[in-house]
Design a protein around this ligand. Structure first.
Ligand code: DGY
Length: 322
């Protein structure tokens, strides 16, 4: 394909946009970073050869109904639950993602949430900024120490393993985990214990960190029943996908003391965050910023460009998912 017409749905780091425009003459950027609605996305699929979307774009099956011109969708991000990849494949569209380059940044945010939730850092910051801090006192904002506490990981992929390493070696946390694959070895954490079920992990852990992909089968994997399996002193951390956790059930569990606290970076209907969660002090709420470092977002963009270059050269894109 010569001179493909390329649509980028959101603003990217400048250096990556510059590289994209240097390589290809017909690129439409989104300088104002206004999210595309369903009509805009349909229009892009009907008029561009290449569309480069991201997690904030919803691409359901109906958008892939003919006529469409797009042959390549290079997702800026590792998660692709927002794209109906079966419908894309059926329409002859190649889809790629950006695994690997955001592992450390996302694991760092999981640890940030773990520490903020257990040590009540969000509460402390809110209090101080509100001018309500009255000074040091022995019983002020007492939290939970994490050293030596058990970390439970659901989904031991790249990011789960990176969190396990940080917790084990940085904080001396024993690690238990569940993964659908049998006999998973955790790189750098040889003593991590694989348990047979999610429920066993929930019962054993002082902090549970979720790292399963956001596919339909994982929707509300953590529901009211599963939250009740956790210790009342335990914390839930979610940096994976919002709909893996039933937000309403979580808000209830945080409110009635079923669990002690939570830290979330992802939500079911972003950017909406339920008022029930925002009203609670024992949950830390971040705005989906797991991969938000200059280096990581640049690497993600360059990974999209690598996949696109391979596709346009007639090679197999390294991160093809459909
Ligand atoms: C992803 O890559 O899927 C993240 O959620 C955005 O970085």
């Amino acid at each position: 394909m010569t001179d493909p017409v390329i649509v980028v749905t959101r603003k990217w780091p400048e250096s990556v946009e510059a590289e994209l425009c240097k390589r290809y003459p017909s690129v439409r950027l989104n300088a104002d970073d206004v999210p595309l609605d369903q009509d805009d996305l349909r229009d892009a699929l009907q008029h561009a050869d290449v569309v480069l979307p991201t997690v904030s774009d919803r691409l359901p099956a109906e958008l892939f109904q003919p006529p469409i011109r797009t042959r390549f969708l290079g997702n800026f991000g590792v998660g692709y639950h927002h794209i109906d990849v079966d419908a894309a494949a059926a329409a002859g569209v190649v889809v790629t993602n950006t695994p690997g380059v955001l592992t450390d940044a996302t694991a760092d945010i999981a640890m940030t949430l773990l520490l903020m939730a257990t040590r009540r850092a969000g509460e402390g910051e809110r209090e101080l900024r509100a001018g309500a801090w009255t000074g040091w006192r022995p019983t002020h904002l007492l939290g939970t120490e994490v050293t030596g506490r058990t970390l439970g990981i659901l989904g031991m992929g790249r990011i789960g393993a990176a969190v396990a390493r940080r917790a084990r070696h940085g904080f001396g946390m024993p690690v238990v985990f569940h993964d659908n694959k049998d006999g998973v070895a955790v790189d750098g954490v040889p003593d991590a214990t694989q348990l047979d079920s999610i429920d066993e992990v929930l019962a054993a852990a002082d902090v549970v960190s979720v790292h399963v992909p956001g596919r339909a089968a994982n929707r509300h994997l953590i529901d009211a029943t599963r939250l009740k399996r956790m210790k009342p002193t335990a914390f839930l951390i979610n940096t994976a996908r919002g709909d893996v956790v039933d937000q309403r059930a979580l808000a209830d569990a945080l409110w009635d003391g079923t669990i002690a606290g939570a830290g979330l970076d992802v939500y079911e209907n972003e950017p909406d965050v339920p008022a029930e969660l925002r009203a609670l002090d024992n949950v830390v709420l971040l705005p989906h910023m797991g991969s938000a470092t200059v280096g990581t977002r640049t690497a993600m963009g360059m990974r999209v460009l690598d996949n696109l270059a391979a596709y346009l050269d007639g090679r197999e894109p390294p991160n093809r998912v459909a």
